[in-house]
Design a protein around this ligand. Structure first.
Ligand code: G6P
Ligand code: ZN
Length: 493
């Protein structure tokens, strides 16, 4: 006979340990608290009374869900400490619930006795795992990201395989357009509850997508879209606390010119070096090589850091998961800090940059050039600009500056001119016109509209409502030239 040393551990009661219809069902986060399971098990033994426990045989097993292995160890040791003589455990701790019942009723031990009861480790049909619900959907849009997503999110981080969407790389990207935005990542958008109709299942808490070569990303929360401009600002604001790679501090941050100024506000707040560069990643690369920049991003769904010299779609997702994990480190029960909570909290602290982009695609190249020329010419007279602006909407502030963006690289001194036409308003709003450098047919004119709102009571408006006054009059800007009937498509920024 083996003798055990029984030790006494003092604990305090937990609220809500009263079992419901079918046992004690709590979130994993609740269950894994120190002594939580111990208290419940000991209370159960007390309720059964000593004469029913001493010398008894118990069954301890379950459906193999998260924390079962640890729980079996704890329950078995506590059974021994309470005088239980024998514990029957299914192979690898696994027994179906009907099997447990069968074992209790039918199984007879070598000494002729049977089990008197069981601890069944299951929450039936409810999800398992440290984050329980299917929280981490990743849509690779049939691009190369799928190969990395399986290894990183499923094999390394323990996400369910079912969280992977379109993660088999295909030559034709499954007939889709592998660009992660609200227009093209339709399936993901619908699953997250941002589609036209309500999804069948409750949307997960987090969704992300990548483009074909996995350098772009889109971040979504449940029924919530994070603009790329907000995303980089939020990553920068939380990096030092939430992402170990940055724990020593940030060297600096940077954004492309048309990206909203959300990052500027964070940089100012945290006293960080800040750079505004032309569209295109090479400008960030120079800053990073010179040790001037740790985190950067663009409105065009690119976010990255100085671990490489390109934007990195999977890195952005990991950065967000790190922030979510950090914000939830003390979360118990149902009060999960969500993507939406994080973004709204950020707006409350730093103000919100309402932001959108209109793309005028497939425009005749000559006409587009003409329009840009006209917009530059208009800039020579601010009073004329303000006359147009005020004539259309009196509820926007004055244009106080208008120019074409030019950048002098602080590292190699090179100058990049004609990088976008800017109309800057007194209240921090901006209207920016730019010719796309990546279109494959005709010209694409991009119009970026941004409005800064510091007043916490006004940060919860719908983006299109908040931007309506500014979005109203760009067409009047170009009513002076031929292009009055451009067709725009808003890419959901
Ligand atoms: C590429 C670059 C990005 C850039 C984007 C802009 O994806 O790698 O750095 O932001 O093009 O595209 P656009 O069509 O606006 O010139
Ligand atoms: Zn790409």
């Amino acid at each position: 006979m083996v003798l055990f040393n029984v030790s006494r551990v003092q604990t305090t009661p937990f609220d809500g340990q009263k079992p419901g219809t079918s046992g004690l069902r709590k979130k994993v986060k609740v269950f894994v608290q120190p002594h939580y399971l111990h208290n419940f098990v000991q209370a159960t033994f007390y309720a059964l009374t000593e004469e029913n426990v001493r010398g008894a045989t118990l069954v301890v097993s379950g459906d193999g869900r998260y924390f079962s292995k640890e729980a079996i160890q704890i329950i078995t040791k506590m059974s021994a400490a309470n005088g239980v003589r024998r514990v029957w455990i299914g192979q690898n701790g696994l027994l179906s619930t009907p099997a447990v019942s069968a074992v209790i009723r039918e199984r007879v031990g070598a000494d002729g006795s049977k089990a008197t009861g069981a601890f069944i480790l299951t929450a039936s049909h409810n999800p398992g795992g440290p984050n329980e619900a299917s929280t981490a959907i990743y849509d690779a849009l049939h691009g190369v990201a799928g190969a990395y997503a399986k290894r990183i999110f499923v094999d390394e981080l323990g996400a369910q395989e079912s969280s992977l969407l379109n993660c088999t790389p295909k030559e034709d990207f499954g007939g889709g357009h592998p660009d992660p935005n609200l227009t093209y990542a339709k399936e993901l958008v619908a699953r997250l509850g941002l589609g036209k109709s309500e999804p069948q299942d409750e949307p997960p808490e987090f969704g992300a997508a990548a483009d074909g070569d996995a350098d772009r990303n889109m971040i979504l929360g449940k029924r919530f879209f994070v603009t790329p401009s907000d995303s980089v600002a939020i990553i920068a604001a939380n990096a030092v606390e939430a992402i170990p790679y940055f724990s020593a501090g940030l060297k600096g941050v940077a954004r492309s010119m048309p990206t909203s100024a959300a990052l500027d506000v964070v940089a100012k707040h945290l006293n960080l070096k800040f750079f505004e560069v032309p569209t295109g990643w090479k400008f960030f690369g120079n800053l990073m090589d010179a040790g001037l920049c740790s985190i950067c991003g663009e409105e065009s769904f690119g976010t990255g850091s100085d671990h490489i010299r390109e934007k990195d779609g999977i890195w952005a997702v990991l950065a967000w998961l790190s922030i979510l994990a950090y914000k939830n480190k003390d979360t118990l029960g149902d009060k999960l800090v969500t993507v939406e909570d994080i973004v709204r909290q950020h707006w409350a602290t730093y103000g919100r940059h309402y932001y959108t982009r209109y793309d005028y695609e497939n425009v005749d190249a000559g006409a587009a050039k003409e329009l840009m020329g006209y917009l530059v010419k208009l800039q020579s007279s601010l009073s004329e600009v303000n006359q147009i602006v005020k004539g259309v909407r009196s509820d926007v502030s004055n244009v106080v500056n208008a120019d074409e963006f030019e950048y002098k690289d602080p590292v190699d001194g090179s100058i990049s001119s004609h990088q976008g036409i800017r109309y800057l308003f007194e209240d921090g709003s901006r209207l920016i016109f730019r010719l796309s450098g990546t279109g494959s047919e005709g010209a694409t004119i991009r119009l970026y509209i941004e409005q800064y709102e510091k007043d916490p009571s006004k940060i919860g408006r719908l983006s299109n409502e908040a931007l309506a006054p500014l979005a109203y009059f760009p067409s009047f800007f170009w009513s002076g030239c031929e292009l009055t009937s451009l067709v725009s498509s808003e890419r959901g920024r």
